[in-house]
Write a protein that binds this ligand. Sequence first.
Ligand code: AKG
Length: 254
Amino acid sequence: MPYREPIAEDVAFFEQHGWLVVEDAIELEDLKLVSANLEVILQKKHKLAYDWAWEKGASREERAFKIVQGSPTFVWPAIAETRFRRWMISFGSALMNTEVEFWYDQFLAKPPRDGAPTYWHQDEGYWGRNLIDRGITCWMPLHDVDERNGCMHFIDRGHRDGVLEHRQPEHIQSDLLLCEPDVARMVSCPIRAGSVTFHHGKTPHMTPANTSDSWRRAVTTHMRKIGSLGEGDHYPWKVYVNQRTGERIVPPSR
Ligand SMILES: O=C(O)CCC(=O)C(=O)O
């Protein structure tokens, strides 16, 4: 039944494993509304999106957009008033055992057959040190997902492994990062439209390239503990890339 309350088993599972699948969480009507309102990001990706897998050697104009990264909130501010947004915040608060608030969202789409993997990473690897153990993410695909079209994969109990060292893939020009977790503990989460996953800010996760014949579309919602003051200082591997100007800032220590 959509928009169900969290139960004690959800909270205990998340605490132990660092991730959770909630089946049939979202009304399919609401998913349709999301798809309709976010399609503009794909239609106008050169203007409204970044290419999260922008490769070195390609100019801004030549970006292949193997991972389209846009802002749902920017193109559709009314997303803030949706039932699913309110539900994610209250469900996420229960899982984190503290009140969390909406922080930012992303529309992440991978083209048919030619998508890029979203490499293993921890969200905390991207965030500043103020977010340690304060962030949780809800990932909502807009259709059925499995290994072929880029479903979510987690490292079970990886939220207990600390922040792993991250680096940039050699061939990447965007701010994409990767780490190398213990893949023996990998869990793949194929889910149906309407289901979502939650993960702790320290849980390593990845999605494979999309090898199917249709676009893979997902919305990810990042939430943080209320009262988190800014991001604080960043890890030395953090890279800032402004894809509107092409400006790329790499911390001096690297
Ligand atoms: O959708 C993807 O490819 C990756 C999503 C992700 O890394 C996240 O939601 O934190």
